[in-house]
Ligand binder design. Structure first.
Ligand code: 5GP
Ligand code: ZN
Length: 155
């Protein structure tokens, strides 16, 4: 519990919070940690259920390794999530045997961009990992975000 409280405190100690307000960073990390606790307690994974077709999503691409579907809360005209069909919690749990699947995330990002007609304009790919990365669903996923100019700075 003490360790948990100390980790939550980290954004307030950050010497360079940048333009990302400390309060917003704290809220995202708190949400990430609560989501992780819920995931551990339920032992169910929403993205496994989407990949298996158990619950609905707007699927844009699927093959033997990955599934791509539209984010339920899009932050841009294109906001697609690409997930391995196999459950991998995050980048930190990926193994050498997952390298083909991890590569497929990138080639699928290009396919998604082609489908949405944003290849030439450009787009952003993001993979959040763990609480400080802002991960809220603990099944590795790549965001493909585009259709508008992205904001800077990141972080
Ligand atoms: P993270 O913050 O973990 O990098 O991103 C998780 C993303 O999953 C968020 O952008 C969130 O909107 C999206 N998401 C969470 N639950 C669902 C769901 O049930 N369906 C879909 N399509 N997206 C979801
Ligand atoms: Zn999963």
């Amino acid at each position: 519990m003490i360790l948990f409280a100390r980790q939550l405190w980290v954004p307030f100690r950050s010497p360079e919070p940048g333009r990302f307000s400390m309060l917003k960073a704290f809220a995202i990390q708190l949400y990430s940690r609560v989501s992780y606790l819920r995931y551990r307690m339920n032992s169910t994974c929403i993205f496994c259920k989407i990949a298996s077709g158990e619950i609905p999503a707007e699927i844009v691409y699927k093959d033997e390794l990955v599934t791509a579907f539209r984010d339920i809360h899009p932050v841009a005209p294109t906001h697609v999530l690409i997930v391995p069909n196999k459950h991998i919690q995050s980048v930190s749990q990926a193994e050498a045997e997952d390298e083909q699947t991890l590569g497929r995330l990138f080639t699928t990002a290009r396919k998604v961009a082609e489908l949405d007609g944003i290849v030439d304009a450009g787009y952003r790919t993001i993979v959040n990992s763990g609480a400080h990365g802002g991960q809220t669903v603990f099944h590795l996923h790549m965001h493909v975000i585009g259709g508008q100019r992205m904001k800077y700075p990141m972080g």
